[in-house]
Unconditional design. Structure first.
Length: 261
């Protein structure tokens, strides 16, 4: 399943936020999206999710325009975790998780419950299933929403074989152990080859450690896109974030490590 973006532009609140973005993204990869605040990372994810309309150019999924896909087909093609505000509805954690399966009305109840329990255990939120969302911290709520999107992705792969998981800063507000757990769960998905993950991420060290590909946005334009090793270089990162940021990149002994003093 492939996203193809051909010179797309997106306007939000009267401002052009994305400019002439051309990309091809295929499943089987964990793709990080980096760039300064306001670079267009969330807008790009919104366009991929079909939550934001493309005002110019063409965005297709497996050759079909996203505009022509109905809500049910979209829900069975991609799962979305946006940046989360504090919970204001007193749903239980289990009810929020179940939202990830709302479109799978043909899923047998036994399979429904098995998937839900499997994901709850994998993400470490099983003890909270009967708790109201409003009783959780922001970081805990974020983990629940990640689990919801993960559950939807797993159900999609069972029904439709291929899927995309779109995540907007899923590791924000997480301690180091849970950051690693979230990234590992994404890695397990893409290892199958039938799932692609696109993730907006600020932590360059996590991007270097886990991402196969990195997209760099700057002022709404595509600066570069390629393998993590090719993109996460001192020159590119200084061009992206400014010379005032001290950045060190270690290419050996294994993979890429980016750190700031």
């Amino acid at each position: 399943m492939t996203y193809a973006l051909d010179r797309i532009c997106v306007i939000r609140d009267g401002q052009q936020v994305l400019h002439d973005i051309t990309l091809t993204l295929a499943t089987g990869a964990l793709i990080g999206v980096i760039g300064p605040n306001g670079a267009g990372k969330s807008t790009l994810l919104g366009a991929l999710a079909a939550d934001l309309p493309v005002t110019q150019g063409m965005l297709t999924l497996n050759g079909s325009s996203l505009e022509g896909l109905g809500p049910k087909r979209l829900a069975r093609s991609r799962a979305v975790m946006s940046q989360q505000a504090a919970a204001i509805f007193n749903l239980s954690v289990k009810q929020v998780l179940a939202l990830g399966l709302f479109t799978f009305d043909d899923l047998p109840q036994v399979q429904f419950q098995a998937l839900l329990q499997q994901v709850a255990q994998r993400t470490g939120i099983a003890p909270w299933l009967d708790r109201p969302m409003t009783s959780l911290s922001i970081g805990q709520q974020q983990r629940v929403h990640f689990a919801r999107a993960l559950l939807q992705t797993k159900a999609t792969t069972q029904k439709c074989a291929q899927a995309w998981l779109l995540l907007d800063e899923p590791t924000a507000n997480q301690d180091p152990a849970h950051q690693q757990s979230i990234m590992q769960a994404c890695r397990e998905l893409v290892a199958r080859g039938t799932v692609g993950v696109v993730m907006a991420i600020h932590d360059l060290s996590l991007a270097a450690q886990w991402c196969d590909e990195v997209i760099v946005l700057q002022q709404g334009a595509l600066l570069t896109h390629g393998s993590a090793q090719a993109v996460l270089t001192p020159d590119t990162l200084k061009q992206t974030f400014g010379d005032q940021l001290g950045i060190h990149v270690q290419q050996a002994p294994r993979g890429v490590i980016v750190y700031t003093p």
